[in-house]
Design a protein around this ligand. Sequence first.
Ligand code: EPZ
Length: 421
Amino acid sequence: MNFRQKLIVNGGRKLEGEVRVHGAKNSALPLLSAAVLPHGETVLHNCPALTDVDAACRILTHIGCKCRRDGDTVTVDASNVFGSEIPDNLMRQMRSSIIFLGALLGRMGRCRLSFPGGCELGSRPIDLHISALRQMGAKIDEEHGFLDCTAGKGLHGAKIVLSFPSVGATENILLAACTAKGETEIHNAAREPEIVDLAEYLIKCGAKIRGAGDGVIIIEGVERLSPCEHSVIPDRIEAGTYLCAAMITHGEMILTNCRTEHMNGFLQTMETMGARIYTYGGGKLYITGKKRLTAPPTIRTMPYPGFPTDIQAPFTALCTTAEGTSVFVETIFENRFRHVSELMRLGANIKTEGRVCVVEGVPRLSGAKVCAADLRGGAALVTAALAAEGTSEISGLTYIDRGYESLESTLRSVGADIKRV
Ligand code: EPZ
């Protein structure tokens, strides 16, 4: 991965064509961590080729699993897991490596990993993860930037009430509770489709889980899990990003292999902006947005099934050329407007104040050199550059490659003039 790579985009071309949505990054990562639990070989289909997925496979290999990829199928053989420490260099490659904590505690009874630390979105605390696992009997010491976790006598069930429906904390508790002694209840659990996907995999492995997707999840601990084959759900955020690209260029697009019921948090908002969206059975969706878009009502990011925070950045880009004023309230992360200053280089008219961002629609954007500072912010810059008149250069591709598989070739296939240099 060459850090000096950049995308060159000549904007102003309508996107028209068909895009197949890949497997969801935010489902594949917890599934790869969960593959540590069963003693045997897990087969994950529809697994996206992303640098975060590669980083997760490096962690799995480091602790003794055998990982191999055949196309979009990743196989993880966890017959002989011997390690329970994730070294700093591997932790730093992927922010969400904290999701290995619950699985390693469940499989090995101990885990040592360096503190995941803050990232481009804010401090990314893990207090909810730690307090929940302590309630389940884990002893967790934090010192010298490391988390030392042990569960000598094994983990036991507990009634856990999350003060915030944290996705990662819900996943870690699920993983730790599968083979804990007794029953675990998670109240105010995250309800994201990725949680349901993880639970479905674990149930296929023999776990006893009820209520995934609701606010209360009950897990009855079992002795041991046995591996299974599973298909990763489609990526609703990747799908939404492509819809933003189609809309901002006033084109039309067919998405295939997507789960439209996972996208309700933002499909209606797109329709209020003037897009026409038709969903068909079999994971197919058609969008057309010929005329100039109108600004949506205030957008507040919320836990699922509300408006997803991960689509906020591409949506902000979409609103830069809409008719009228758009207001975004980012309620999930404290620092998720880093793409705004870069969008302004492209001619956008945006003001931010803390967690509020106000976008005044302008008639057109103009190409510029911009730099991504995080994954979804990078996607926002690509979205805007596709509509900007003239040439844009986008750097910071290491962020974009974490969450979008073959972005430029997919966009080229529907008419974009974009190349990686
Ligand atoms: C997951 O992150 C996703 N990542 C994020 O996607 C997504 O934005 C987020 O969920 C919300 O949907 C993966 O699934 C790998 P959280 P996660 O725990 O688990 C606070 C992307 O672009 N919090 O629900 O880290 C936290 O600070 C990424 O694909 C605590 O205070 O999200 C944040 O403000 C970005 N204490 C809020 O909760 C904790 O112990 C949401 O965090 C944990 C979280």
